[in-house]
Design a protein around this ligand. Structure first.
Ligand SMILES: [Cu+2]
Length: 167
């Protein structure tokens, strides 16, 4: 009788050790799974948005809403256009201007609103807005950018579009 009880206890102990081991292993697996899952979205969510120069002297996307780390590529699919920045969250550090008919690519790292246009056609309203991280902190400065009448009304429309889809 005594022997039988001892034996059961030993079995139970062994079983206990086994479960503990599995629990520790499970915790490790969960820990690394979480770390893994947390690290994925940052990589996957960095997007590339492509904007074309159209035959109507416009940009195919006039209001682009992106996140920090996203890239915008401008594709010179029609001739005679480029990209020049007029305003942004950091006025001392505006993205660089592109040459006419050249492919251009910029990674946006500072949240805020950017205004750009085509050097030869901005006055006619060939403008684009980029909103990074839904951040409108510098929108008043964007509104103050001086442009000729047609361009100025285009800018107002772009700002309305950007702000109406901001939620
Ligand atoms: Cu142009």
């Amino acid at each position: 009788m005594e022997f039988w009880i001892e034996n059961t206890c030993e079995d139970r102990n062994l079983g206990g050790v086994g479960w503990e081991y599995l629990n520790v292993l499970g915790t490790f697996v969960k820990f690394f799974a979480i770390i893994f899952l947390l690290s994925i979205p940052k990589v996957v969510l960095a997007e590339i948005i492509q904007i074309k120069f159209t035959e109507n002297d416009t940009y195919s996307i006039d209001v682009a809403r992106i996140e920090t780390g996203d890239t915008i590529e401008w594709l010179p699919e029609n001739e005679g256009h480029n990209v020049e920045f007029f305003a942004g969250p950091d006025m001392d550090l505006l993205p660089k201007k592109s040459k006419i008919d050249e492919f251009h690519s910029i990674v946006f790292k500072i949240p805020g609103v950017y205004l750009y246009g085509c050097t030869p056609h901005a006055n006619m309203g060939m403008l684009g807005l980029i909103v990074v991280d839904n951040d409108f902190h510098n929108i008043e400065k964007i509104k103050l950018v001086e442009l000729p009448r047609v361009a100025s009304s285009v800018l107002k429309r772009l700002i309305r579009t950007a702000m109406s889809s901001s939620d």
